[in-house]
Design a binder for this molecule. Structure first.
Ligand code: GRF
Length: 202
């Protein structure tokens, strides 16, 4: 099977990006990572890309006068990448509908909670404050709504009485680093079939 072309979008630390880089290097995923696109020139993800020899395309949010012009530039960067799959790995902005429509079924996101619970920012803190006994992470396709598209994989972790936001986030992150490469592998091996909200693994 031909290797898929994947592009990562990340805004920060990039530990999930690193997990994907390693999985590709170990040939666990039949893909080539053709670019990192970031909205944040100071993101540590940029260093990770450079270390791995992956081209970086900075679409600096702060350099645009409006959200619309930023979105147009991002759309154009994504089109130029000619990718089979875009992976949001800690990309901290909501994608506009023009982008979601242009790449339907070709964008995945990792979220640090068991969706549909605790969407948006500080999902781990939301879980703690709610008092749930399990939380986890979700990899899903992106649709028009925040943290809402069809779910590909989920992993659970226990929430401990002594947890704070940091300790819970750390425990969930370990699972993210397995779950995201696994979901990308399934996509690249053409094993994901989406039927409405349901994603079947064939
Ligand atoms: C992860 O917890 C991810 O689920 C969320 O943002 C965080 C990014 O971490 N969307 P990193 O940049 O991959 O280290």
């Amino acid at each position: 099977m031909m290797k898929k072309r994947i592009v990562i979008l990340a805004s920060g630390r990039g530990s999930n990006f690193q997990a994907v880089i390693e999985a590709i290097r170990q040939e666990k995923i039949p893909a080539v990572c053709v670019a990192l696109i970031t909205d944040n020139p100071g993101a540590y993800a940029v260093e990770r890309a450079k270390n791995a020899g992956i081209p970086v395309n900075v679409v600096d949010y702060s350099a645009f006068s409006s959200r619309e012009t930023y979105e147009r530039a991002l759309l154009s960067a994504m089109q130029q990448a000619d990718a089979d799959l875009f992976v949001l790995a800690g990309y901290m902005r909501i994608l506009g509908t023009s982008i979601v429509h242009a790449f339907r079924g070709k964008i995945m996101n990792i979220h640090p909670a068991l969706l549909p619970s605790f969407t948006g920012l500080h999902a781990q803190l939301q879980a703690l404050n709610y008092g749930v006994k399990v939380s986890g992470c979700t990899v899903h396709f992106v649709d028009e709504n925040l943290d809402c598209g069809p779910i590909i994989l989920q992993r659970c972790v226990s929430v401990l009485e002594e947890d704070d936001e940091e300790s819970l986030a750390e425990r969930i992150l370990k699972h993210e680093h397995e779950c995201l490469p696994e979901a990308i592998r399934l996509f690249c091996e053409e094993k994901l079939v989406t039927d409405g909200r349901n994603v079947r693994i064939t």
